[in-house]
Design a protein around this ligand. Structure first.
Ligand code: ZN
Length: 299
């Protein structure tokens, strides 16, 4: 079985009210990236945040953070392209990436592509009502093709995200078109609690995702649970040859006290080893995903 690739999803747009260890600012994200790398993660995913936790999509944030992470450790960098974009212009969403690519010191390794569109309103399980009613995470096919063009131009590695089977089908179509190249790394998104946008974070929700992965292409899949406890599924993922994307960005993990992101990574490493899976180093991850040229290969 493949070595397991572990990704730290350090912050997303998570608040600090339950777990204060969510990193917001560049220095905090850089320190967390190093701690997660030391614990066994080979990829870090982060969002730009202000000191009060609001989203910050200023290219300077990403340049500073990428450069700091590169200087601190060799972990592979996967920044967001902005989340709920409200039909935001594709060029604008790729701006921070374009600016980061002007200097090898500030370049990331991956650029994400969520291959579809989904309502992402917040569900309130106590009231049986929505707290928001207009949040759409929009990724038109035209936008996806624009991103793909720029990703190839820069020699970055595509990082696919599937929120449900229709995203997986679109990803497969884009692979058939030669827009996205194998081997593909795809994050299978499950959601729980206040988010109904992905498959449920249950064995059945995961099985529904994996059942529909392309059969005739080399695919590496990873599992996440937005707003739910991924540890309820990690044993199944490890045994089935999947990879793990976990962090305080998705869920505060108060069941473990107030863990840090590195604590979560250490727990995944321990479980993987106890179940006979070796942990992929950064170099292993590069080899597996064939990140052998361009920005994706840059140390
Ligand atoms: Zn994200």
């Amino acid at each position: 079985m493949d070595k397991i690739i572990i990704e730290a999803r350090v912050n997303e747009l998570a608040p600090r009210d339950e777990n204060p260890n969510v990193p917001f600012l560049p220095e905090e994200i850089i320190a967390d990236a190093k701690a997660c790398y030391d614990a066994g993660a080979s990829i870090i995913h982060y969002h730009g945040r202000t000191a009060t936790g609001e989203p910050d999509h200023d290219p300077e944030f990403y340049k500073k953070t990428n450069a700091g992470i590169r200087a601190a450790c060799p972990i592979l960098i996967h920044p967001t392209l902005g989340y709920v974009a409200h039909g935001g212009d594709a060029r604008e969403r790729f701006d921070a990436m374009e600016e980061s690519m002007k200097d090898p010191k500030t370049a990331p390794h991956f650029a994400p592509t969520d291959t579809g569109t989904v309502n992402v309103d917040w569900w309130n399980p106590e009231k049986n009502a929505y707290d928001t009613t207009n949040l759409v995470y929009e990724n038109s096919t035209e936008t996806l093709m624009y991103f793909a063009d720029r990703i190839k131009h820069h020699g970055l590695k595509h990082y696919c995200v599937s929120w449900n089977i229709s995203f997986t089908r679109q990803m497969e179509a884009l692979m058939k078109m030669g827009v996205i190249d194998a081997p593909v790394f795809v994050l299978l998104c499950m959601t729980d609690g206040i988010s109904l946008s992905g498959h449920p974070g249950t064995p059945e929700g995961l099985d529904a995702h994996t059942t529909f992965l392309p059969k005739d292409q080399k695919v590496f899949w990873s599992a996440m649970n937005y707003k739910g406890n991924l540890f309820l599924l990690t044993e199944k993922v490890i045994k089935e040859g999947g990879h793990i994307s976990i962090g305080l960005g998705d869920y505060p993990y108060m069941e473990m006290g107030q863990p840090t992101n590195a604590d979560l990574i250490a727990k995944v490493v321990e479980q993987a080893r106890s179940l006979g899976r070796e942990v992929a180093t950064v170099e292993d991850t590069r080899q597996m995903l064939e990140m052998t040229s361009g920005a994706a290969a840059a140390a």
